[in-house]
Design a protein. Sequence first.
Length: 684
Amino acid sequence: MRELLTDEHLLRKPIDDSVSRDAFKTYLDRLDGTKMFLLASDRDALAKYADKVDDELRSGRLDLAHDGAKVFAQRVGVVEKMVESLLAAPLDLTNEESVEVDPDKLQPAASEAELKDRWRQRLELEVLERIGSMEDRLAAEAKKKDAKGKDKAKAEKEDKDAKDASATPLAQIPTTPEGREAKAREDLTKTYAGRFARLKTQGPLDAASDLVNAVTSSLDPHSTYLPPADKANFDIAITGSLEGIGAVLREKDHYIEISELVPGGASWRHGGIVPGDLILAVTNDGKDPVDVYDMRIDEVVKMIRGPKGTVVRLRVQKSAGTEATVAITRDKVEIEEAYAKGAVINHKSGPSFGYIHLPSFYGGKGNGQRTAASDVKRLLDELEAKKVAGVVIDLRSNGGGLLYDAVEMTGSLIDKGPVVQVQDSRGRKEVLRDEKAGLEYTGPVVVLVDKFSASASEIFAGAMQDYGRAVIVGTGPTHGKGTVQTLADLDRATGGKVELGVLKLTIQQFFRVTGASTQREGVVPDIVLPDPAGHVDAGERSLDHALEWSKIDGLPYDKVPHAWKADQLAQKSGARIAKDPLLSKIAATTQVLRARRHDTKIPLAKPAWEARRKEQKAALEAVSPDVKTLPPRLTVKPLDDGKALPPGPGAKTDDRGKRWSDGIARDPWIDESVNVLADMAKSK
């Protein structure tokens, strides 16, 4: 890793005392960023390593990592007893004091007494929040009962069927304030007991991982060490598929809970487990059962995943308290939400338009693995055949993925030519081109982006903008990730004898055909829409150690001729937005939420806490549009006709297609993108 970081990283920066000091500060943040465990004296004791991280990497002795992990585990044990003691008796919710919830505004606790007081305040806040949630449920139920005359039994059944499985069942909410306070403490005691048990259980690579990632992040935000479990999750995100039982898991107190089933997956078809079941033990063929009480979720996931056709047995506890052992044959799980989807949409009485949502630039090697470029090509072919008047390609929240898929996808919409330039630390430049003549779709295109559209999304959007092939519509500049990473397989260093994972390493920077980088600056939309996440500081420019913007020579390329003019389209869009009651509220919502970000001191006296909560809720409701309650703006017909899977035994019907279509129909940003397409189609 040391050799890769110094010789192959884009910066080719020596790992010296300067990097060591940056890495040490980052390491402490990774170890205890909340400042709820380590005392100031603990941090001071570790400070002897501040300028020695580089020396440790050279020697191969990561003493800081192991000493840090040891002192943290000790502090977890101390804090565990503090929390258990604090939650054992009623908390005083009348004190006229406030708790600071922004750790950046806190100093490390100077003593155990100060640390215990900090935990007391944090627990009082969590108790208030849980009491508030219970009282909201009671008030809502009383209102519903008064309005519709429903009896208690029916109301409790509806509450049991509520989507929020983590909420306290209505029948279990105490009727007195004292009872609700005791219930909140009881639930928190269980939650924290499980959390502390996991915090004290270190994996074999955890300590080293924390330190190595502190070093990599001091070079740039995207170079990262991925231990084997994280590497497996990365592969799933890139390919959109895995081999397992098709269940989503989460931690709940001391257990691992089935959170949801993947429609069509092995568990969905089997029907033996349902959301809410708690996993007690896992048995693989030829091995003894493994009790997973207090086990870390990544370890449980590793045992449950496995090759298609093999069997895993789960001993689960049902919501009624009974236990059952379920044998499930693993299968390939296609995570449909990870793949491109398309639809034909109609707006008012106008023509039909196409819509493609691409969540990432996914792909894989061989075995007929789906790729983003091939899926989008297929959807464009279908939309071309349906003679739609234009296509919206939605890249919002698309964090990127495979570079070559972005190039190939660009090739579907331009005749031929350069797409992106890539340059490494030695100044060696490579031009990635579309060499194939012809287009999959010839009509007007809008590319919809936001501040979370990054990397490969920016390559595609930038090329579309530079060629004049599409109008970029978005809520502001894209993320600004203009670098390329590669995966270095660390297992090769051991001949496969030890699983070490991979190092994701920044090795190149990409540049648009104009020569400009997207690094930090992103792609600036031609048409800017109100930003629902305007209160969130996101983007490369907000990340520590982000690389600087730069520029190289541009390339010759032929722009695509078009009749529309971006400035005229922007003027028409701006006029519509000003008259749109929903979009005009977005800016006001952003202002409220941005102001709230700086309000980090919360009162702990219950009347003051309730008053603050009520005031904040009223302020947000006054300006927040409720998209779900508004009539649809568009009619949507998915290209797959929205066919849902039949319900699996004991599972709910797969209604994802309907929910997806309903979301598009009410989305004001897609609606305005269609308006822009209509203006483009009318341009002469």
